[in-house]
Write a protein that binds this ligand. Structure first.
Ligand SMILES: [Cu+2]
Length: 505
């Protein structure tokens, strides 16, 4: 993406114009002075200064901006630094992959595999499942990286969630490729907005039996379990998984796409992911063992596909592109995991194969040779004006009175043993549900402890919450402790916060 050097932009935005004005040389040059030109907040903070330097041709050294660029930048300042939308979406162009991908690890939707491809995939899965559990390419070792057996590694509800799972999938795919005759196999994905694929209800994809003990509770011989398939379908619908995915794909900022931390609404990608785990249950709903259910791999390939899709939409497939989507002032941790070398580790996959870190996984297609075919049912989405709870006062906004956000906040998840669901009831009847996927001993998980107090967002048409008595019920997946309602008193007495939603340009 390059900006016209001769025609100024009358209404420039950060996403469509401004971030492209800075070259790698400019970025490196200013970094030595602790100014980050990839960061929206940094550029806004010193915009007058930048303009002063470029207007007098002082900067960039030896490569002055054209008059058009100077005017574009000035127009952006005059309009109060609008963030705007990504270039591909600005004219509500329909979103489709135009170019044919050259990546050799082309991951396809599971239902589109030919019978030969399916046979190879079965051979690869059966092959790694049959390997000795001491073999690093065995299904046992690969699945075990997620949680049990100890040591536990996975990242959830934290900025490294998407990067960690991307490298994890690659490690698993490489294990599949270790089986003779399967050297070119790729891991397909399940588009979770479509019915549970028939083939994944059959061996070797339907279950796995532990070859040895992984804990007191999960011993050799444990067979992974799923809810009934009609139940799974109903759960996915009740949890609004499709809506959360669609909402995520309309978010322009990294923390909003993921949701959950930095006060971001918890109703996008990680919400959909958690709902998916709890919907499929019981093995998938239990973080200790989730990755042993073979559906885990097809399920997670889909989240990685959506992450890549979002990156492509946002032109965030390079380090600078990705950094330009992170709000450095409200979400410093996300910024740091890509910019501070000591925080770039994705344990155990940085010092061990595939030896990648948060930065080297960003360009999935360019660096990892991984790309995704769009699903069969792919419907091009328009990047619509977003509804949100809050915005900067410098933005123009309108109040969206037909939708409301009900937030359940201040819930201490460490008090609840394992994954749980949060239901919103009206006159005793369930109207919306959310999920949280976590370890049984969340207090022993560093990520969980660092964000123990959580919130849940229910974005609903206003009429669904009017004229009735509302109630929040927290349902633990494991009901052996307190039954099917976890007492509010024991989880920090969460409170309710209701916002009308607003729309910005
Ligand atoms: Cu997961």
């Amino acid at each position: 993406m390059s900006q016209s050097k001769t025609t100024p932009v009358a209404d420039p935005t950060w996403y469509s114009d401004i971030r492209y004005l800075f070259t790698q040389t400019d970025i490196d040059h200013m970094k030595s002075q602790s100014i980050d030109l990839t960061s929206y907040t940094d550029v806004v903070a010193i915009a007058e200064n930048i303009y002063g330097q470029v207007a007098t041709d002082n900067m960039p050294p030896g490569n002055p901006w054209s008059q058009a660029w100077k005017t574009t930048f000035l127009n952006w300042m005059k309009h109060d630094y609008p963030k705007g939308q990504p270039p591909s979406l600005r004219t509500t162009e329909l979103l489709t992959d135009v170019e044919e991908s050259s990546a050799t690890r082309k991951r396809k939707e599971i239902t589109t595999l030919s019978s030969t491809e399916l046979d190879t995939l079965k051979k690869a899965f059966s092959g790694i499942m049959a390997k000795n559990p001491s073999d690093s390419n065995s299904y046992f070792v690969q699945a075990g990286y997620h949680w049990l057996p100890v040591p536990t590694y996975c990242e959830h509800h934290a900025p490294a969630y998407n990067p960690w799972h991307r490298v994890y999938l690659l490690s698993f795919e490489n294990a599949l490729r270790s089986i003779p005759g399967c050297e070119n196999v790729t891991l397909p994905y399940w588009d979770i907005t479509t019915p549970f694929p028939e083939v994944l209800k059959t061996a070797p994809f339907d279950s796995y039996t532990l070859p040895q003990d992984i804990s007191e509770e999960f011993k050799a011989g444990y067979v992974t379990q799923r809810n009934s398939y009609p139940e799974i379908q109903k759960n996915l619908k009740d949890f609004g998984v499709t809506e959360d995915i669609n909402r995520a794909l309309t978010k322009t900022d990294w923390e909003d796409f993921h949701g959950f931390w930095s006060d971001a609404s918890h109703n996008t990608i990680i919400a959909a992911h958690d709902s998916g785990h709890n919907s499929i249950g019981p093995t998938m709903a239990n973080q200790s063992v989730a990755a042993f259910d073979p559906i885990f791999w097809f399920f997670h390939a889909n989240w990685d596909r959506l992450f890549w899709k979002w990156q492509t939409l946002l032109d965030a497939t390079s380090l600078n592109g990705l950094l330009s989507t992170i709000n450095k002032s409200t979400d410093p941790v996300s910024y740091q995991i890509f910019t501070i070398p000591a925080l770039q580790n994705l344990t155990p996959f940085t010092s061990n194969p595939p030896k990648l870190n948060t930065v080297s996984i960003i360009d999935s297609k360019g660096s990892l040779d991984v790309d995704y075919e769009d699903p069969v049912t792919f419907t091009a989405m328009e990047f619509l004006a977003k509804t949100q709870r809050s915005t900067a006062a410098s933005h123009k906004f309108s109040v969206h009175t037909d939708h409301v956000n009900v937030r359940v906040q201040g819930l201490n998840r460490l008090k609840i043993p394992g994954s749980f669901n949060v239901h919103l009831l009206k006159n005793g009847k369930r109207i919306a549900s959310r999920a949280l996927f976590q370890p049984v001993e969340a207090e022993k998980c560093e990520n969980c402890v660092s964000n123990a107090i959580v919130h849940f967002d229910f974005e609903l048409p206003l009429e669904t919450v009017l004229n009735g008595e509302l109630e929040v019920v927290v349902e633990p997946i494991d009901k052996s402790f307190v039954g099917d309602r976890f007492p509010h008193k024991l989880m920090g007495n969460p409170t309710i916060d209701i916002h009308l939603l607003l729309k910005t340009e």
